[in-house]
Design a protein around this ligand. Structure first.
Ligand SMILES: Nc1nc2c(ncn2[C@@H]2O[C@H](COP(=O)(O)OP(=O)(O)OP(=O)(O)O)[C@@H](O)[C@H]2O)c(=O)[nH]1
Ligand SMILES: [Mg+2]
Length: 310
């Protein structure tokens, strides 16, 4: 069988997490229309089986690593995010570079990432995502530009939202992988813990309900995760950076927080397969994005050193 680790990288908001979910056919990575949604590397495991009955056996296992969008960091959280993505480049067997628009020239985010890729010997695949939003002429120019760099083993256009061409992408990736072992059991789709997925669902709903600079300063900490046979009791704190943001998150008569809580609860129930009692609190931690201690508490710590061992 073939197997390997595949890093998904690109600027913020190009559709990396949407593509991961589309490949897996399940949502494990949160996605929003706001840039810098993903903050930690997320692993998604795709296993292709062949044969029937007793002959059924694994043909290929791809471990995808979804990374935070690479951007110019404005604080320590941003540095952690970008470092996580850049470090992933060193740990994988194939790099999947996602773009969602035409190459914008020197000084652009894509130019910065291309520079990183030039000095990396790992096989690379370019994905031009959001083909539904790119007109054919722009797609052709984009394709030809990247093809001319002689840097990529293949180029595929996708619509991560609908899954268009994702099968073709998987087949192309499989060709680039070498023989290798099963890293994870067949039925496993992620090794990120449930507690983490739950905190991410809450953060996604908070991001969806919030605007301007409020979402960027939001972090979620799970304080209680108590699994009973019939119900899971969860308490979580939504942290923000300013007193004024706390008021915005709670909303008039607590309406916004209730909305966040309800939509998060429904999705957590589907994930865990139990009823969920979800209690949400809002607290202020001024400038937490610049505090090493707080970043550590929220799980924004360098993990690529420990959790990518094979
Ligand atoms: N029209 C269209 N929208 C897409 C496509 N893929 C993703 N999107 C949308 O683009 C937005 C960003 O998607 P994400 O998957 O969160 O992007 P990301 O690259 O993971 O972003 P960060 O985590 O912030 O780096 C979301 O609103 C998606 O629904 C696509 O192929 N077509
Ligand atoms: Mg993402």
């Amino acid at each position: 069988m073939k197997s390997g680790f595949i890093g998904i990288i690109g600027r913020p908001n190009v559709g990396k997490s949407t593509l991961l979910n589309s490949i897996l056919g399940e949502k494990i990575a949160i996605t929003t229309e706001k840039p810098q949604t993903t903050r930690n590397t997320i692993r998604g495991i795709y296993t292709r089986m062949e044969g029937e009955g007793e002959d059924r056996e694994p043909a290929c296992q791809m471990v995808f690593i979804d990374t935070p969008g690479i951007h110019k960091p404005k604080n320590k959280l941003g540095t952690f995010m970008t470092d996580s993505a850049v470090n992933t480049l060193k740990e994988v067997d194939v790099i999947l570079f996602l773009v969602d628009s035409e190459y914008e020239g020197e000084g652009s985010g894509d130019a910065y990432i291309l520079d990183l890729l030039q000095s990396n010997q790992t096989p690379k695949l370019l994905v031009i995502n959001k083909i539904d939003k790119i007109d054919p002429e722009t797609f052709r120019r984009t394709y030809e530009y990247y093809e001319g760099l002689d840097l990529f083993d293949a180029i595929v256009g996708t619509n991560a939202k609908t899954g268009q061409n994702v099968d073709e992408l998987l087949a192309t990736l499989e060709d680039l992988l070498a023989e290798g072992p099963m890293f994870f059991p067949e039925e496993m789709i992620t090794d990120n813990p449930e507690r983490f997925l739950v905190s991410e669902i809450i953060r996604e709903k908070a991001l969806l309900y919030l605007n301007d600079e409020v979402p960027h300063g939001v972090a979620v900490e799970i304080e209680k995760f108590d699994e009973q046979p019939e119900i899971t009791n969860i308490s979580a704190v939504i942290y923000c950076e300013k007193d004024s943001h706390k008021g915005i998150i709670i909303g008039r008569d607590g309406k916004k927080l209730k909305g966040i809580g309800k939509s998060a609860r429904l999705e957590i129930e589907a994930l865990l397969g139990t009823k969920v009692y979800l209690e949400l609190f809002v607290k202020v931690k001024k400038n937490w994005r610049q505090s090493d201690v707080m970043l550590g508490n929220f799980g924004y710590v360098a993990s690529w050193k420990t959790d990518l061992h094979r």
